[in-house]
Design a protein around this ligand. Structure first.
Ligand code: MIG
Length: 666
């Protein structure tokens, strides 16, 4: 049962597509109040046994209890425990315990979620705006609440099947030859690969919708050449449009008034990669349509996928900010003996990026009304991605286009996936990746994944292997790293055999993963689930955060500690352990419910097959286009009869006309 409570006159976010009438009942599960800053707050008490699920892309655990989070889309490459915000705002929570209910706060402004932080037994949510919609979802258990919620927010975006192949990225493939080399090395080493990403380096002066003619000459034939090798190129698009006379996107946007404004009506400017830029006003439907139409240039070159970046929007500086800092420096008092002055100086200079003050100076044109950015901050990246997705419906009416974004809000899950931004080559970030995936699934973001191997800092061979051994189960499986870091392509990490084995296993799993993903998309379900969702009455399962169910047939227990020979695993039911090596079953064992220590070397991947379930595996291939799922090996828990309904389609059409379900039995 879902109840909708209306507060003030909220700006339509598009998150909820179901037509639900606001109810006039009084709020019972939450109490309403105002805090010291007069913010509208909703709170309830938390029982000792309550788990709080949700918040999608947020730091810390699957159970969000014991910390404070803020929905305020932020470009922050240090995803450490104390952080409150990352790139997305997903205001959906579930209280799971004696009482179980879900909360969704539909509002584009900043919101804080104090989940037993200030007071350990209290949930307190405070909103920076008074205009919002609150949804209360009552259900039998957490899984049921998610399913009800997903019904009202609409179907998740469907990626093409090739996007389930392994993908290689790096910020610093400067030339077509750099990209060719990556393709050749993968093929030479027989490590499967489906896509190579083009980071900002492919552009001319970091200008959106341009391709450097000098570094990527004859782009169209280059795209073809890669495609002939079974490799798609996926270019990045940034939110900021370079201010440069003669640059068509800039000139058109300026002339038509499609950029975000300052209060006085002048175009808001901020420094990002291209230098000074304007931000398209994605909240304005005309601007959205206009920006979306520009992707055509790249589609015409044969491009079939995009990633939208810097759309929080990220800002390195503004003129206003720099001016304030310079004025501060000019008036710096050298005679002062106050050490705090020194710290203030550092803060003034390092705090020029993503200033709240700068965000507050931005204005949007929403249906002819001037709306301050603070009210809609969390909707910006969402609407950039919506711009692209809506354009693709016209520009590519039959074929799906791969699309994912860095910044997001619930509602965007219908238009694209997300990647989880600039993580680091840290072991703790494998764990963060594991914990984030089910939370993203709760909010409808099914096509998602992290930068495998870690984006920032230097990766090691063992870290990449262990991370890939988890990444083979996430829909987006991409190795990405920052320029200046140690090269992180699989062929740059020593002997390639182990990489070939793990990535080939991914390709063996694609029929199953794609089937489970599609079923989750079509049925508003979760492909990746915490153990507690399947075993809500099993206290051990509820408290297990480093194991996941992937689809209906398997559980995974990734290893995320350096030098570990294996790990302890909790089995909430009897299961069959299969250890894969070189993409083949190396050893297998029936294990009973309980705790077991599982040994797994760097080249090995343990998978647990559930009772009465089947895991179909195809032969490995170098790319999805060459993959043949007509002959499947079926792994099962035991000799007892088991069946699996395999979903298949052509993997590329938007329509599901080619969809069919085959019942596999053993
Ligand atoms: O300021 O385009 O998250 O994946 O490689 C950094 C360069 C801008 C941030 C993205 C990252 C990408 C990088 N971008």
């Amino acid at each position: 049962m879902i109840k909708k409570y209306l507060y003030g006159t909220p700006i339509e976010t598009g998150a909820v597509i179901a037509d639900i009438s606001p109810c006039s009942d009084s709020l019972t599960l939450l109490s309403e109040s105002r805090d010291k800053e007069k913010r509208l707050c909703f709170s309830c008490s938390l029982d000792d046994n309550d788990i709080v699920y949700g918040l999608g892309e947020a730091p810390r655990g699957i159970n969000k209890r014991g910390h404070i989070y803020e929905s305020f889309n932020s470009d922050d490459p240090y995803h450490t425990e104390e952080k409150r915000s990352l790139y997305g705002s997903h205001n959906f929570l579930i209280i799971s315990g004696n009482k179980s209910f879900g909360i969704f706060i539909d509002c584009g402004a900043a919101i804080t979620f104090d989940i037993g932080y200030t007071e350990t037994d209290k949930l307190n949510i405070c909103c920076s705006a008074d205009d919002l919609v609150l949804y209360i979802i009552e259900g039998e258990n957490s899984y049921d609440i998610v399913r009800q919620f997903r019904k009202i927010i609409g179907k998740s975006y469907i990626a093409p099947k090739w996007a389930f192949g392994f993908q290689q990225s790096r910020w610093s493939y400067y030339t077509a030859d750099d990209v060719r080399k990556v393709a050749q090395k993968y093929r030479e080493n027989e490590i499967p690969l489906d896509a190579i990403y083009l980071d900002i380096d492919y552009m001319e002066g970091y200008k959106d919708f341009t391709v450097s003619n000098e570094r990527f000459p004859e782009f169209k034939s280059f795209v073809r050449e890669m495609k002939d090798m079974g490799i798609r190129l996926v270019p990045i698009i940034d939110a900021g449009v370079k201010i440069e006379d003669g640059y068509d996107i800039y000139e058109e946007g300026k002339e038509k008034g499609y950029f975000c404004k300052r209060k006085d009506g002048t175009d808001f400017a901020a420094g990002v990669w291209p230098g000074r830029t304007h931000f398209p006003d994605f909240l304005n439907p005309d601007a959205r349509k206009w920006f979306g139409s520009k992707y055509k240039v790249l589609l015409d070159y044969g491009i079939e996928g995009f990633w939208n970046d810097m759309n929080e929007p990220a800002m390195f500086y503004t003129d206003e900010g720099v001016r304030e800092a310079v004025d501060y420096l000019k008036s710096f008092d050298f005679s002062s003996n106050d050490p705090n002055k020194f710290f203030e100086l550092g803060g003034r200079l390092s705090g020029l990026n993503n200033r709240r003050k700068d965000y507050a100076a931005i204005y949007h044109n929403i249906d002819g009304k001037q709306v301050n950015h603070e009210k809609v901050h969390n909707l910006y990246g969402y609407n950039m991605t919506k711009a692209a997705a809506e354009a693709f419906e016209e520009l590519s009416p039959d074929k799906r286009v791969l699309l994912f974004s860095r910044s997001s809000y619930i509602g965007m899950h219908r238009f694209g996936g997300i990647w989880t931004g600039d993580n680091q080559s840290w072991w703790s970030h494998i764990l963060l990746n594991i914990k984030m995936m089910p939370s993203l699934n709760m909010c409808g973001f099914l096509y998602s994944g992290a930068d495998l191997g870690g984006f920032g800092t230097n990766c090691t061979r063992d870290l990449l292997l262990r991370w890939l051994a988890f990444g083979i189960f996430t829909p987006l499986m991409r190795d990405h790293s920052a320029f200046g870091t140690r090269p992180q392509e699989c062929y740059n990490m020593g002997d390639t055999k182990a990489f070939k084995g793990i990535i080939s296993l991914r390709y063996r799993l694609i029929p199953y993963l794609y089937s489970e993903y599609m079923k989750a998309c079509l049925n508003d379900d979760m492909m990746i689930r915490p153990l507690g969702f399947e075993f809500p009455d099993d206290e051990m399962a509820r408290r297990t955060e480093d194991q996941l169910f992937i689809g209906e047939s398997i559980m995974v227990s990734p290893i995320y500690e350096q030098n570990a020979a294996g790990r302890y695993v909790y089995l909430p039911e009897d299961m069959r352990l299969v250890i894969f090596k070189d993409a083949k079953t190396e050893r297998t064992e029936l294990l009973s419910k309980g705790i077991h220590y599982i040994n797994a070397g760097l080249e090995e991947v343990p998978v647990f097959i559930r009772k009465n379930k089947l895991l179909p595996l195809c032969e490995p291939a170098q790319c999805t286009d060459k993959s043949d799922s007509s002959r499947l090996e079926l792994l099962s828990y035991s000799d007892e009869p088991a069946s699996y309904v395999l979903y298949e389609d052509d993997g590329i059409s938007r329509s599901t006309d080619s969809a069919h379900y085959t019942t596999l039995t053993k």
